[in-house]
Design a protein around this ligand. Structure first.
Ligand code: NAP
Length: 278
């Protein structure tokens, strides 16, 4: 029996997700779950929010700019997804605390966290990065991820509920990448954070996994995609020979959050068209 990738196929054949007997439901769904996705106003975060929503989750999305996150919520609602937008800076602990409180107030709980919002203010050699750029990159990409993970994991432990934390890292956390050294250090830290939190939270039935995307077509990667020299060099060593799309990261995030990955924790799933195998 083939397992439908998203709930959509079931909607098409059986009318509504709720009408499908529990025994027939595929493992890859998030029905009854509440998910919080940071950086959810566009790119990979919006694609993850969409995949989670179509798979049955109620979704909270957050990003700095209220207008951007409101517009994303509108797009998702038009697709039948239950979603609430929040303005929140991922590098500011007080705003992250307020975010968690607001989401719990609105939906009653959080079952799945996707730490996805990240920044890369210094595109250049590590030798030339100034301290403010260094601090900002670590504040958002490392301290912000850990702060939010701790808040959501604490909430899950208090409830005695199982949960799933998914951290968006990068292939540059696994291998050296020119001009992205500071950012790469933060993404390597995310992989380390994933493993240690998985170790610490496993006994509480909280799974923690990361995704390491290769080059994905978003606003964030525009400088790389539009730089012919860099993108040619990346594509030359990518067996699939193309840039990836946000949906291709969303499907990995859906798998990791769902019961299909019930015995997977501490793992970093590389989704890069094969770029890092050679
Ligand atoms: P994107 O399209 O630029 O989206 C970034 C999202 O994060 C937006 O919603 C943005 O909204 C939000 N954001 C940025 N800084 C924030 C902050 N300080 N606080 C809260 N929200 C913030 O980027 P993307 O490519 O989807 O990137 C998502 C994740 O994938 C990042 O972790 C990135 O490192 C990782 N990644 C991307 C690629 C790639 O090739 N695209 C490859 C590897 C890894 P606001 O501007 O409103 O805040």
């Amino acid at each position: 029996m083939s397992i439908p990738f998203l709930g959509e196929e079931c909607f098409a054949t059986a009318g509504t997700w709720a009408s499908i007997p529990a025994t027939m439901k595929p493992l890859i769904h998030l029905e009854g779950k509440v998910a919080l996705v940071t950086g959810g106003s566009r790119g990979i975060g919006e694609a993850i929010a969409r995949a989670y929503g179509l798979a049955g989750a109620e979704v909270a999305i957050a990003s700095r700019k209220k207008q951007g996150v409101d517009e994303a919520a509108e797009r998702l609602r038009k697709e039948g997804i239950t979603v609430e937008p929040y303005a929140c800076h991922a590098g500011k602990p007080a705003e992250l605390d307020a975010l968690v409180e607001s989401v719990i107030k609105r939906f009653g709980r959080i079952d799945v966290l996707v730490n996805n919002a990240a920044t890369n203010p210094h595109f250049g050699p590590m030798m030339t990065a100034d301290e403010p750029a260094f601090d900002k990159t670590f504040e958002v990409n490392v301290k912000g991820y850990l702060h939010l993970a701790r808040r959501v994991a604490g909430h899950l432990v208090d409830r005695g509920a199982p949960g799933s934390l998914v951290f968006v890292s990068s292939v540059v956390g696994l291998a050296a990448a020119p001009l992205q050294g500071i950012y790469g250090m933060t993404k390597a830290a995310v992989i380390s954070m994933t493993r240690t939190l998985a170790l610490e939270l496993g006994p509480s039935r909280i799974r923690v996994n990361a995704i390491a995307p290769g080059l994905i077509e978003t606003k964030f990667s525009q400088a790389l995609v539009n730089n012919e020299d860099i993108s040619r060099r990346i594509l030359d060593r990518t067996p699939l020979g193309r840039v990836g799309q946000p949906d291709e990261i969303a499907s990995a995030a859906l798998y990791l959050a769902s019961d299909a990955a019930s015995f997977v924790t501490g793992h970093t799933l590389v989704v890069d068209g094969g770029m890092t195998i050679a």
